[in-house]
Design a protein around this ligand. Sequence first.
Ligand SMILES: Cc1cc2nc3c(=O)[nH]c(=O)nc-3n(C[C@H](O)[C@H](O)[C@H](O)COP(=O)(O)O)c2cc1C
Length: 221
Amino acid sequence: MTLDPPAEGPAARARPMVLAIGGSPRAGGNSDILIERFLLGAARTGARTDTIQLRDLDFTPCIGCEMCRTTHECSRFEDDLTAVYPAIVEARGLVLVSPVHNYNITAWVKGFIDRLYCFYDFTEPRPGPWSTRLQGQGRTAAVAAVAEQPEIDDIVRALDAMRRPLEALGYAVDYQLPVARLFGKGAVAECPEILETAERYGEMLGEAILDDEVPDGEQGP
Ligand SMILES: Cc1cc2nc3c(=O)[nH]c(=O)nc-3n(C[C@H](O)[C@H](O)[C@H](O)COP(=O)(O)O)c2cc1C
């Protein structure tokens, strides 16, 4: 995890944050390189950027204890995701990247997404209306999935597995990058068009959250 220290002072607060979450177990692989390029583009807009590699964290998947329904935080686990929650709240731009593993996102990404359940507010009786404490704050996200095989359905499945939960949480998932036919570690470095697209999406994401600045006091919990 490479979280920056919390932003301090009015100038720092005025620069929105783009947080990238990496879901590959392979350090220096294709997902990592894509993240670097997304954040290069985002940084060009003046946004602050940070990266969290899920492989570096020790965390437990959601066990469905439902304690967060009453406590509004993950009260069951005190693990490496505990420090990540404030960063998620602070960052109105999110980049989520996963390699395709067995036709879907990696176990790390799924485990991470399920632990975001604590941001939901549910009404009784269930099933009923629900809301989230991340919605209505101009949050914008980019998702990318990288696969060895050419089958677009498998890549779209992985993109959907990230896009749908993020949309439910309140993000506008405006940028989706499917990447096929890449197997070797770092092979994407030889694909200038894909790198340029990641950089451009990162820049657009940074601009989107700059344009949509939330007035002081209206940020989420
Ligand atoms: C356990 C495992 C399962 C994989 N399953 C698939 C798959 O279902 N479809 C596919 O196209 N590639 C699959 N791959 C290949 C990776 O998606 C591919 O090598 C990708 O470029 C890895 O990205 P990374 O360097 O960011 O880890 C798999 C790789 C591993 C290690």
